[in-house]
Design a protein around this ligand. Structure first.
Ligand code: SF4
Length: 351
């Protein structure tokens, strides 16, 4: 029986991947756990940044079993600096479930993968297609942009009807040999050729199939959605220290709130001024007689919050045993898994 020829767009994408894809460390493995780690790191984070963390994280936790056995502090310390810390906590929870329920082997069944904490349709599809060679589609920001342009879709990709269409197009395209490479070819095309700001149609392997290119609309598509500006929020933060020199300690709290989920952080409260700082000091269980000194301001921007933080300094701090605060040596604070805002405040005050 003669082999069925590849549809031309599929063949062009696979050829592009073979000839022009970047050599990235997670493309040299079929280990589903390693692919899972890379996909979670790559969510909302640039490839260049992830390159600095991926090998180190896998050397520290080479298997699902080793990550599952690690404490949350150890995982957060290895993740510190990558941001979006909820991802790390969900990865940790998901890997623990894989160890408990599947003996440490990432399940091959898509349904079982998608039931794990932190694994949505995209991550399940990436693991399924790359590690298990299954025809499972993926749609991330890059793939959505490429498909919107190829199909001339004239609405923002975030709309639910458009999402449905994009997943259906990706599903159609992934059917056939080498589904993992096909998915990665789409992502690679979006990352290196069909970029957001300047699609390089002259070098594009699928321009013959692209409606945006045929209509000269590649700069207009995909349609942008109207974005909300980060919400401004005023905060006071306490930099409470005890001791001096090499033995100096900083009083930290574990941020269970959504802003810095799971990371150690400065005690903070919304508002401005000495009265708010004093109330925070009392509420945190720091001895009430300690003097508060204004110590400057810093701005810290997350995707959804623009934080204007007033720093208040306390020396000789003694947190009460009953409170949620704990002193940590300043010299080793970086190993703890602290928020970037905390390290910025320490740098600003030369601590
Ligand atoms: S032809 Fe241009 S717009 Fe179309 S997919 Fe290629 S780079 Fe993107």
């Amino acid at each position: 029986m003669r082999a069925v020829p590849e549809p031309p767009m599929r063949a062009a994408l696979l050829r592009f991947y073979d000839e022009r894809a970047r050599d990235l460390p997670w493309r040299r493995t079929r280990d589903p756990y390693a692919i899972w780690v890379s996909e979670i790191m790559l969510q909302q984070t640039r490839v260049d940044t992830v390159l600095g963390y991926y090998d180190r994280f896998l050397s520290r936790f080479p298997t699902a079993g080793e990550l599952a056995r690690a404490s949350e502090d150890e995982v957060m310390a290895a993740w510190s600096g990558l941001g979006y810390y909820r991802r790390a906590r969900l990865l940790h929870a998901g890997v623990r479930e894989v160890v408990e329920r599947y003996g440490g082997q990432v399940p091959e069944e898509a349904e079982a993968r998608r039931a794990l904490p932190g694994i949505g349709r995209y991550t399940a599809g990436a693991i399924g297609s790359i590690a298990f060679d299954r025809a499972e589609p993926i749609v991330d920001g890059n793939v959505a942009r490429v498909l919107c342009r190829i199909h001339g879709i004239d609405q923002p990709p975030e709309r639910s009807a458009v999402q449905k269409r994009l997943w259906a197009e990706a599903e159609r395209l992934v059917q056939g040999p080498r589904p993992g490479e096909l998915n990665q070819a789409l992502m690679e095309l979006g990352a290196t050729v069909c970029t957001k700001a300047s699609p390089d149609c002259g070098r594009c392997p699928v321009r013959a199939h692209c409606q945006a290119h045929a209509q000269g609309r590649q700069a207009e598509l995909p349609r942008p959605r109207t974005r909300k500006a980060p919400k401004p929020v005023a905060l006071v933060a306490l930099l409470a220290t005890r001791g001096r020199g090499a033995g100096a300690q900083l009083v930290l709290t574990r941020g269970e709130g959504s802003l810095f989920g799971g990371l150690w952080n400065l005690p903070m409260a919304e508002g401005r001024g000495r009265r708010v700082a004093r109330a925070l000091q009392e509420q945190s269980g720091l001895a009430g007689t300690l003097a508060l000194r204004a110590a400057g301001e810093l701005e810290h921007v997350l995707s959804h919050r623009r934080m204007q933080v007033q720093l208040w300094r306390i020396t000789g701090a003694r947190p009460s045993a009953a409170g949620s605060l704990a002193p940590h040596p300043i010299a080793t604070v970086g190993e703890l898994g602290v928020s970037r805002l905390t390290t910025k405040a320490l740098e600003q005050l030369g601590l």
